[in-house]
Design a protein around this ligand. Sequence first.
Ligand SMILES: Nc1ncnc2c1ncn2[C@@H]1O[C@H](COP(=O)(O)OP(=O)(O)OP(=O)(O)O)[C@@H](O)[C@H]1O
Ligand SMILES: [Mg+2]
Length: 409
Amino acid sequence: MTKVWTDAAEAGLLDRHAERGSTFAYLPGTAAARAVSVTMPVRLESWTVPFGLPPIFEMNLPEGVLRERLRLVFAKATGTFDEFDLLSVVGRSQVGRIRYTGDQEQLNEDVPFQSVDEILERKRGGDLFRYLLEKFASFSGISGVQPKILLRDENAFAEMEQTGHRLSQSYKGATHIVKLWEPNEYPQLAANEYFCLTVARKCGLDVPPYRLAEDGMALVIDRFDLRMDGTYRGFEDFCVLNARRTDEKYRGSYETSIMKRFGQFANSTHVSDDMEKLLTLIALNCALHNGDAHLKNFGIVYDDVQGEARLAPVYDLVTTSVYLPKDSLALTLNGTTQWPSAKDLRKFGETRTGATPAKVRSILERIHEAIQDTAREVRSYIKQHPEFEELGQRMLQEWEKGSATSLRS
Ligand SMILES: Nc1ncnc2c1ncn2[C@@H]1O[C@H](COP(=O)(O)OP(=O)(O)OP(=O)(O)O)[C@@H](O)[C@H]1O
Ligand SMILES: [Mg+2]
């Protein structure tokens, strides 16, 4: 049995159910504000699913490399390692405001310290990747296929003091995400993401602070769900909002599963601002040729599960077509996964956000300018990092094609 905590308070119990499912019940007297998800209000009746976990509990489970690594280390003698086992390993340190412990245990986050500067300056040398995965895998309640870890930066407390914000000294949780990659599979992935995030920032989207390691081997990103007092904001991805399992993250359309769904859950006075940002982000994915903008790569954040939800800051932007030349949209737009034309995007924007034609045009134009501006940065980075030349040039070509089709046609 697993105890589920929200905002560091006990909320309910989760257990295996029937052959392959699970069931969750709130503890008697749990306040409405302790609800685990905007999709699962506090109630007497339990929440049961026939397979796996309810989406909110599955949301942060590592996929890909990290999951395999944890399975190897923690699988029982019998060789079994299911989602409950995975939750029991990474449950104490998670993205968002939910934590998991054994039913008799208390919460204890206590993520080890690690200098982010050391990662950025590559002082540890070649074994950094393996060292970080070994040390931090079991603190990394974070989803995604690429290898990544959650860590607590030993300088975060002082650093933020300089900006006038001070993270509580008693804070024990993770402060940063470090994304690594398999060089043979996806060359220069960190630099690729670094420049895609730069385009997003220049488009006026909210992007958490991000830094690229000097040798391009890692991308370090500040957590956007962390408050200065050491507590967490709620975060839910669009798999959860659409009641989908992680393996269904490529199912759905930008119209319904993203835009309409956001409108249903935003519950906010800023909804039209956020819709405009969402339109910008979707159009940006098209122009950058990011074919991985699936349901888990969009999210909402909130301070109060019953209150306003805002569009989450931008994360996981990559020009995927440099690795998969035939790549196309992750979800459908206008009934197809082909890269949309500018006309398709204009119609999409006008009907889904209610923005005027002039407004939608100006959004597409702004993306185009941001891409051109960032392309100059890519060119100068290539000059200093010849190892990035081949991939960087291919990225620039993809951006040009994407802009021509989806922004300007
Ligand atoms: N800055 C951030 N703060 C908090 N949570 C984040 C942040 N960036 C990403 N996340 C969370 O971590 C998850 C994994 O990150 P990300 O999508 O970048 O990884 P990925 O391995 O590239 O994913 P994919 O499997 O889609 O390729 C996201 O789905 C989101 O839930
Ligand atoms: Mg992702």
